[in-house]
Write a protein that binds this ligand. Structure first.
Ligand SMILES: O=C(Cc1ccccc1)Nn1cnc2ccccc21
Length: 324
């Protein structure tokens, strides 16, 4: 048994939304390998915060069960967050069904979520030890689905300005070139965390120290250590770190170099075209590479994942990468 679901980018590839059916009601959720809560806008969300969101109404689901007294509260690295109550229901993603899945109902959401009307909640795909439900931590959709999957994996094929896909339970070899390159994962902090062994800017030599990184579909950009960020932008003559833009910008006319991340024997190339992320409207463009804020590990978000077919292997606790 498996599932295949379309991942549709919002404008500027800011996030990727996938249809999820909960108790017969379908909402578009942000699949997030950087967190482990499945939460939705619901009838419990204040009407002033519901705005034009699609909401889940547990009262209309014949399979919803309240988990009395259970609560959740999550905050994300970008400062956004949400909190609420918990129940269980039948959740289906791309034909794959999990019964009695913990579904977290938002009773409060931060402004970033209120204004993002296409996003009706998140489906966490990190490891369950990151789930925030109290008093009893809950399992993710992927953890619950594991036993029924032919292969205990999900794959991400995210694309620039066009629909991509997530597959659960199988690896579609038509979606990548060559062989998959696997790297061991340290899931002790709940992330899909692994070691990058070096990097290269443009056609320069591969160097630098090895560093820790997480594969995070819930992050838009490629967030790296400040030293690597400075080294990269030293190759773009008009680049500057703009407070008003919130990061490094450069003239849109510039030729933007590739970035290669050496992962074991695999050279993961992120083409310059993906690293010229968006236009600021004043002739400058915003870079796809930005600072990780000094938090000690790099965050390989959608900018990186658009360039690689990625296998999140729960069974063998490893990640696989291949060019597309
Ligand atoms: O929060 C982040 C990125 C981030 C920024 C700064 C420091 C650390 C991490 N990603 N993310 C991952 N899942 C998310 C869900 C909502 C919002 C942002 C989300």
């Amino acid at each position: 048994v498996g599932g295949d679901v379309t991942a549709t980018p919002e404008s500027d590839d800011n996030e990727y939304l996938c249809p999820v059916t909960i108790g017969g009601q379908t909402l578009n959720l942000d699949f997030d390998s950087g967190s482990s809560d499945l939460w939705v806008f619901s009838t419990s969300t204040p009407s002033s915060e519901q705005q034009s969101h699609t909401i889940y109404n547990p009262a209309k689901s014949s399979t919803f069960k309240e988990l009395n007294g259970f609560t959740w509260q999550i905050s994300y690295g970008d400062g956004s967050g949400a909190s609420g109550t918990v129940g269980t229901d039948t959740v289906t993603v791309g034909g794959l069904t999990v019964k009695n899945q913990a579904v977290e109902l938002a009773t409060a959401v931060s402004s970033e979520f209120v204004t993002d009307s296409a996003n009706n909640g998140l489906l966490g795909l990190a490891w369950s030890n990151l789930n925030t439900v109290e008093p009893t931590q809950q399992q993710t959709f992927f953890a619950n689905a594991g036993p029924q999957l032919q292969q205990n994996v999900f794959t991400a094929d995210l694309r620039h300005d066009q629909p991509g896909s997530y597959d659960f339970g199988f690896i579609d070899t038509s979606k990548f070139q060559g062989n998959l390159n696997y790297v061991p994962v340290d899931n002790s902090q709940g992330f899909w965390q692994f070691t990058v062994d070096g990097y290269a800017v443009g056609d320069g030599a591969t160097g630098g120290n090895s560093f820790s990184a997480i594969a995070d579909t819930g992050t838009t950009l490629l967030l790296l250590d400040d030293n690597i960020v400075s080294d990269y932008y030293s190759q773009i003559s008009s680049a500057q770190n703009s407070n008003s833009a919130g990061g490094f910008v450069f003239d849109c006319t510039e030729d933007v170099p590739d970035l290669t991340l050496q992962i074991g024997d695999y050279a993961a190339v992120v083409p310059g075209s993906l690293l010229n992320f968006s236009q600021n409207g004043d002739g400058t463009c915003f870079g796809g590479i930005q600072s990780d804020g000094g938090q000690g590990f790099a965050i390989l978000g959608d900018v990186f994942l658009k360039a690689q077919f990625t296998v999140f292997d729960q069974g063998n606790v490893q990640l696989g990468f291949a060019p597309k």
